[in-house]
Design a protein. Structure first.
Lengths: 187, 84
């Protein structure tokens, strides 16, 4: 932003055209301004033109910054949303990626690969969820087997009590128990 | 030295371009300094952030991962849209 307003500001469109399209020299531009009753020295005009171009560059850079930020935050949000139902460790990692995307976009170094990050994270998350489901299923299966084993053993103990001192029944029971125990251990 | 009002304007526009998402303070400071010449100091930007907060344009919240996060209030959204 220019430090202070100048009488040349009112002619910025004309001056931009003279210098950029018509390629006028400073002296020629000073002469044309004089025809419009604007008196200015070549050095003053040169300083004003430099400041004007610098302002323009700054404005362009600012516009690009906000566009980059908008683009980066869209991708970051898409990535961040994935953390919502992700396992804790993965969620932290995703949050970090989200922050990195924003930092990179602020610096204007938004690489094209960044746009594919959400698409890359999605299958990783799916795999992670499947792993979790498989682990949970294995755990549930183990719990079920243990419960079943306990119940069978309790049933066998009860049966043993009912058999009492009957030797023939006891032999048959022992054989039966050995078979059942082997079967439950295999399961 | 950059005018405080210009820094506040940049803070509001940066947050506005992020579509209402909370932004960590460090990223916000980078957003209003890195691509500008002359580059404002971190202290100047922090004061501008405080000013924007006391005016009711932005509000902050704490986050374990990011420290402090800032986002536009409805008043700040209106202001940002008016200066876009």
């Amino acid at each position: 932003m220019k430090a202070k307003a100048s009488k040349l500001d009112a002619h910025e469109a004309e001056l931009a055209e003279w210098f950029r399209k018509e390629k006028l020299t400073l002296a020629q531009a000073v002469a044309r301004l004089a025809e419009r009753q604007v008196k200015v020295s070549p050095s003053r005009l040169s300083a004003w033109w430099s400041a004007y171009q610098s302002d323009e560059l700054q404005a362009e850079a600012e516009t690009k910054l906000y566009a980059d930020l908008a683009s980066g935050s869209r991708i970051a949000k898409e990535v961040g949303d994935m953390a919502a139902d992700a396992p804790t460790q993965v969620a932290t990692l995703i949050k970090l990626v989200e922050r990195l995307i924003l930092q990179v976009s602020v610096r204007g170094e938004l690489p094209t690969q960044l746009k594919v990050i959400p698409a890359l994270i999605a299958p990783c998350l799916e795999w992670s969820r499947q792993q979790q489901s498989a682990e949970k299923l294995a755990l549930d299966r183990e719990r079920y087997a243990n419960t079943l084993k306990t119940k069978i053993e309790a049933g066998l103990d009860e049966l043993a009590q009912q058999i009492g001192d009957n030797r023939e029944a006891r032999d048959l029971y022992d054989q039966f128990r050995a078979v059942v125990t082997a079967a439950t251990q295999k399961a | 030295m950059i005018a405080r009002t210009d820094l506040i304007r940049r803070v509001l526009l940066a947050l506005n371009s992020m579509g209402g998402q909370p932004c960590s303070e460090s990223i916000l400071i980078d957003a209003v300094t890195i691509r500008f010449t002359p580059r404002p100091t971190q202290g100047d930007v922090l004061e501008a952030i405080r000013d924007a907060e006391s005016t009711g344009y932005i509000s902050g919240l704490s986050d374990d991962l990011d420290g402090r996060l800032w986002m536009l209030t409805p008043k700040g959204q209106l202001r940002a849209r008016s200066i876009e």
